[in-house]
Design a protein around this ligand. Structure first.
Ligand SMILES: Cc1cc2nc3c(=O)[nH]c(=O)nc-3n(C[C@H](O)[C@H](O)[C@H](O)COP(=O)(O)OP(=O)(O)OC[C@H]3O[C@@H](n4cnc5c(N)ncnc54)[C@H](O)[C@@H]3O)c2cc1C
Length: 410
């Protein structure tokens, strides 16, 4: 059997790895439009931004020899010129033709651009290693940086560039940072922490005009009339799933390539995984963007193709590193649910805490800052669908560890 994977990011590489671990002995080919060894993406807003040029081996998804050792043909710097799903084959941009028995779309996502910035020098988005290399080079020469978007990527870039000595301003249109993904106490924590580090955080205000001198970005005007001057602009306002190939192939697309729980699309020979896929059976009703999700979906697709049992579903988890702070979260926060409520619990370590979010009596997410024990215990509660009562969590004397260890309580 021949399996072709389009996209050699977190999902694609985890998939080919899982195929070999599942005993698949057939042909595995991966294609990515990016040149070079596939790199991890999370460090692009963190350590990679502060690393020396060329110091990249430590950021590789797999060591250079791994693909050949695993008998995986890795074609990088190649795009898909045409996909004929009825004939089960594709043409690459160098004219070569590849046929497949199973096709896996692991095409990831593309960052949204800010209107009015097309063609301007000094404006950056961050998704691929080349974006990070360009951003890093520009930041070295800059004194001030404007970041539009107070989500995780914007805030991680803010922390990295502040560490590098830049004057950073973050503009977020919503009334609080991280409003789409985090609870209000976590948003408040990061707003305070960035403020303490000297970042100018502006929430509840949008950009009404991008100012430029000739073709170079020089600043922005906000809705309240304020002008922010800066040497460069980083735009972190979310991503769109890469669904173009899937749509051309006639597959169902709805904020992601729609799949079932085995990551199969409407065509039995085509699977979709990672940030570009929407597993309609995931129980959360939303497309998830995270390394854990990419890996878990890769495992599910590999199990389905090789006829093995699917892995147990974990509660979705995520992390973010900013300054010396580690946030770990499990579950999915239904941020627009009017019944959502939060309980904050102090951690054992100084300054550590966790936020437990409930809809009615049901625990839906746990976020832990500097409190890895609460994260592990919270994730276990989510996966067992058995959580302490909110009033117990609010009580610092309540023994959470004993509660989780006690298997006798239904
Ligand atoms: C800066 C940054 C920081 C992050 N930090 C975290 C974090 O701290 N924790 C966390 O859990 N997640 C984090 N994420 C998210 C995480 O990296 C993504 O969820 C993960 O990369 C998704 O994997 P993927 O394989 O679906 O997509 P990607 O890793 O984006 O891979 C998709 C690949 O497909 C290729 N491709 C697309 N279309 C084609 C085509 N037509 N032909 C050929 N190739 C194609 C692309 O070039 C790309 O290499 C971060 C992401 C970024 C960008």
């Amino acid at each position: 059997m021949k399996v072709v994977v389009i996209g050699a990011g977190h999902a694609g590489v985890a998939f080919v790895d899982a195929m070999r671990r599942n005993g698949f002995a057939g042909e595995l080919t991966m294609i990515d439009r990016l040149a070079g060894l596939p790199l991890e993406r999370p460090p692009l807003s963190k350590a990679f931004l502060l690393a020396e040029d060329g110091d990249e081996e430590g950021f590789a998804l797999r060591a250079p020899g791994w693909f050949a050792d695993s008998r995986i043909t890795l074609l990088t710097g190649r795009d898909i010129a045409g996909l004929d799903v009825d004939a089960s084959r594709m043409t690459l941009d160098d004219g070569s033709v590849l046929s497949y028995d199973r096709l896996v779309l692991a095409t990831g996502a593309t960052p949204h651009r800010l209107p009015g910035t097309a063609g301007l020098a000094g404006v950056f988005v961050l998704r691929d290693p080349d974006d990070a290399r360009r951003l890093r080079a520009a930041a070295r020469a800059a004194r001030s940086v404007l970041i539009i978007g107070g989500g995780y990527i914007g805030l991680e870039v803010a922390a990295s560039l502040t560490k590098a000595g830049k004057a950073v301003t973050v503009i977020e249109a919503a009334p609080r940072l991280l409003s789409r993904v985090a609870s209000p106490p976590v948003s408040a924590f990061f707003a305070a922490r960035h403020g303490d580090e000297g970042v100018d955080i502006v929430t509840g205000s949008s950009v009404t005009a991008i100012r430029h001198h000739e073709d170079r970005f020089v600043g922005a005007t906000l809705a309240d009339g304020r002008h922010v001057d800066a040497d460069m602009l980083v735009v972190g306002i979310g991503v769109a799933p890469n669904t173009g190939l899937a749509a051309q192939a006639g597959l169902t697309v709805a904020n992601g390539i729609v799949t079932d729980s085995s990551m199969r699309t409407g065509r039995p020979d085509i699977y979709a995984i990672g940030d570009g896929a929407f597993d309609a059976d995931n129980g959360h009703g939303v497309r998830i963007e995270s390394v854990h999700n990419a890996r878990e979906q890769a495992e599910r697709a590999a199990a389905a193709i090789t006829g093995n049992d699917p892995p147990r579903r974990q509660s979705p988890w995520f992390w973010s590193d900013q300054y010396d702070v580690k946030l770990q979260s499990a579950g999915v926060l239904p941020v627009n649910d009017p019944d959502l409520r939060h309980v904050q619990r102090e951690g054992r370590r100084a300054g550590g805490f966790s936020v437990w979010s409930f809809v009615g009596e049901e625990l839906v997410a746990v976020e832990a800052i500097g409190d890895p024990a609460a994260y592990v215990l919270g994730k276990t509660c989510l996966e067992r669908r058995r959580a302490p009562h909110p009033s117990q969590l609010a009580d610092t004397g309540f023994d959470l560890k004993a509660f989780v260890a006690d298997k006798s309580v239904a």
